[in-house]
Design a binder for this molecule. Structure first.
Ligand code: KG4
Ligand code: ZN
Length: 329
């Protein structure tokens, strides 16, 4: 793979551009969040997202290139999965940029990007390992025997972990996006937490979070929290239930596969309680764990450059288009 790489990520509501050099060195990492544009709708509006990417991307590329101070010799872009209108903006820009400069353009799977984010903080990290990917759209355990090969294990049968955080946050009257807001509220809790659970959380290898959300909704309807302290305690209960479940299922997967190395990735991996408890679980099993820094957990383009660098396949054709759904394999 030729370096430096100009990396572009526009799969959801962050317009992100990075320049990644040999050795996974990040020379520029620009992220423009659209949160404010979507907040009043309580979620991401796809049409607004695409237009916003279109507006922001050229300026971010200029900024990343001047900040990096190097000429890119390859381009990496998220081809999918994600919002198709948003992906198209990044893919079309990447192909045009590559064509104009006469440099190759490599397609990257968004989830592969999250998994490879670990290399930005641990350039020496190597397969084989198990990865738990927890984002707004995905919750899955992936075995990586070597870079570029992904064996998918447990996954969610309903809501993704991040989606569950976002929905719970809405029930608790917190803004969008809910995950970080719920975590902040939970951190303020002093009283011991109550036990919340969903009916399908324990009985399968796969994940299920929608029953937990319903349990929270019922709990709020039965006895609305009157004080800020009571609300914080409920937020902590919800967070604890999600974290405990993610840790237990990851532990089971480690035991089953015998893997001795673990990566925690995706936006929810920015959650402090999850980081702490996953690290503790790994320690008791003598499993080596790597978690990207919080900035590299949530959507960014440096992780897309890292994935291209680690396992880059042949360049894209001009006719290759964005893929709203795309199996990681
Ligand atoms: O990976 P990501 O940035 O975007 C997707 O690919 O979906 O993940 C975003 C998700 C959102 O659901 C957000 O609420 C959640 O990650 N999230 C968190 C935290 N930071 C982000 N959830 C819990 N605690 C956090 N600190
Ligand atoms: Zn993501």
């Amino acid at each position: 793979m030729l370096t430096p790489i100009l990396a572009i990520e526009t799969s959801c509501d962050e317009t992100a551009v990075a320049v990644v050099d040999a050795g996974y060195r990040v020379r520029a990492n620009e992220i423009r969040s659209q949160v404010e544009e979507h907040a009043r709708f309580g979620g991401v509006v796809p049409e607004i997202a695409s237009r916003s990417h279109l507006q922001a991307l050229p300026g971010l590329v200029d900024r990343a290139l001047s900040c990096a101070g190097v000429e890119p010799r390859a381009v990496a872009v998220t081809r999918g999965p994600g919002l198709v209108g948003s992906l198209i903006v990044g893919v079309a820009f990447a192909k045009a940029f590559g064509r104009a400069r006469g440099i190759p353009v490599h397609a990257v799977h968004h989830i592969a990007g999250h998994i490879h984010a670990v290399l930005l903080d641990r350039p020496d990290w190597e397969p084989p390992f198990l990865a738990l990917v927890v984002s707004g759209g995905h919750t899955e355990i992936v075995r990586v025997p070597r870079f570029g090969v992904y064996e998918r294990g447990s996954r969610t049968i309903d809501d993704a972990a991040g989606e569950a955080f976002d929905k719970a946050a809405r029930l608790l009257g917190l803004g969008f996006p809910g995950g970080p807001a719920l975590a902040r509220l939970a951190a303020a809790a002093r009283a011991p937490v109550e036990r919340l659970t969903g009916p399908l959380m324990r009985h399968s290898r796969d994940f299920s979070f929608s029953g937990l959300k319903t349990a929270l909704r019922n709990r709020l309807a039965k006895e609305p929290p009157m004080t800020e302290e009571a609300r914080a305690s409920l937020a902590a209960s919800f967070e604890a239930a999600v974290v405990e479940n993610l840790v237990a299922k990851t532990a089971a997967a480690l035991d089953e596969t015998g893997e001795k190395r673990l990566v925690l990735a995706g936006g929810v991996a920015a959650n402090a309680r999850l980081r702490r408890e996953m690290e503790a679980m790994a320690r008791t099993r003598s499993v080596e764990i790597a978690i990207p820094s919080p900035l590299h957990c949530t959507d960014n383009a440096a992780m897309i450059g890292a994935a291209a660098l680690a396992y880059g396949r042949g360049p894209m054709d001009l006719s290759d288009s964005a893929l709203a759904s795309w199996e990681l394999q």
